[in-house]
Design a protein around this ligand. Structure first.
Ligand code: FE
Length: 179
């Protein structure tokens, strides 16, 4: 085999290998780094933000959950699974699993939505001014994936005076012992 043919062959082999081993550019795309609090570990953990297209969220979430967490919807009062839940544990983001609220900060608000006086950690839950529906409210979202959770109001109990009014459908409760 002359040198030219050998080089041509090598280029072909590498090209075919490339077809098999090429990055599909899909699901495991890494978002920007973020540190969030893990209730189970009692420590901050390093992870990455979850960035997905609207189509990907639509495929992953049920229509009613999608409407709430990606379209800032609100479930009917008293229609969710957790407004009366008084078990001990952690409420995680339904879309990405981040710890959002802990049962020790949940209280009975009689609104029909799960209510907490503070989030599991300020790094895990973000807020933003919301002027929709002719009102000025403070919207609450998962800091890691951007899922809309509900709103926070200033009529909560001590010690914070805050009422995090959260959609059950934005949460996934995991029973566990918490401090
Ligand atoms: Fe999330």
């Amino acid at each position: 085999m002359n040198r030219k043919r050998a080089v041509t062959l090598l280029v072909c082999v590498l090209g075919v290998a490339g077809l098999f081993f090429a990055d599909d550019g899909g699901e495991e795309e890494m978002g920007e780094p973020i540190q969030v609090w893990s209730v189970e570990q009692g420590a901050m953990i390093s992870t990455t933000k979850v960035e997905k297209s609207d189509d990907e969220w639509k495929q992953e979430l049920s229509p009613e959950v999608y409407k709430i967490v990606r379209r800032k919807g609100t479930e009917m009062a008293c229609s969710g699974a957790y407004w009366k839940n008084d078990r001990e544990g952690v409420y995680r983001c339904v879309a990405c699993g981040t710890d959002l609220f802990v049962s020790t900060t949940k209280y009975t608000s009689s609104t029909g939505w799960p209510s907490f006086f503070e989030p599991a950690h300020e790094a895990n839950v973000g807020t933003e001014r919301d002027t929709s529906l002719f009102m000025t409210r403070t919207e609450v979202h998962c800091e890691r994936c951007g899922a809309h959770l509900g709103h926070v109001f200033d009529d909560g109990p001590k010690p914070t005076g805050k009422r995090y009014c959260i959609n059950s459908r934005a949460l996934e409760f995991v029973e566990m012992e918490v401090k």
